[in-house]
Design a protein around this ligand. Sequence first.
Ligand code: ATP
Length: 294
Amino acid sequence: MNTCVEQANAKINLFLDVIGRRADGYHLIDGVMQTVTLADRVSVGFEPAEKIGITLTARGNDAMPTDMNNLACRAAKRYLEAANIGGSVSIGIEKNIPMAAGLAGGSADAAAVLRALDRLSGARLGTDALCRLGATLGADVPFCVRGGAMRTEGIGDRLTPCAGLSGCFLVVACAGNGVSTPWAYAEIDARSGGLFPASETAGKVEKLIHALQIRNWENACAGMENIFESVVPSVNPFVNRIKTILRGAGAAHAMMSGSGPSVFGVFFREADARSACETLAAAGIGGRLCQPVL
Ligand code: ATP
């Protein structure tokens, strides 16, 4: 069996707004996503076979499904079907990314499996095809296939590389109940009354990307926003508590990622980021120190 190991990096949203809804129910977004070094470790083994067989073993989080409900298993099946080949795939996931936290952990694992199988199987579908396949698994999968910093539009499938955060430290923390992404979108729908200010949002996103490009971190931090902060803190009191702790420890900015409830703080001094992790730990909250990836 040929094997390889892929890092499945989490993402954070530096900007996220919902700007519409398609007739099929999918939401249209505009924003900026960035990969961070917080990652699951995904090992993949592949052996050609007549039929498709997929197994998964997991470490680190007992709540993660280990059957075909796991997005990584679904990605393997989808890959083999698209490549029109059979094979035994054995996946091992060391889960470090908090689940249902707005960090795209499942999508990252799925993307890692797609990349690994494209290397191991010899089918060589290529990155563009992996992104198209990924889009059928989940809106964040195409981003996770590529990684880096991207403006994300459409249903999350229109990706344009852009400047991102660099030279800083991030503390990602999560506590309390996870948030169901469909619930969070339904809340946004209920509040927007169908009116989404798309052009205003585009202007804000462009301004943020410009600030990131010229490394004006003060303006970049001031321009970071997440529409889901208008709904999630009401059901997860830890969001505001974590933000207060991160700011108190010297974060230049603290905000929720995706549909939450994870929160990240941006630090320009490593010592501040480390002390934020200690303060969080003293409050019984796990904080992970990581860095942005470009
Ligand atoms: P998104 O914002 O894309 O919805 P998320 O980071 O909020 O993602 P995930 O960690 O991807 O959420 O998990 C959402 C749900 O998906 C989990 O509750 C879990 O049951 C299911 N799931 C399936 N496969 C995985 C996986 N490999 N890792 C984590 N969760 C998975």
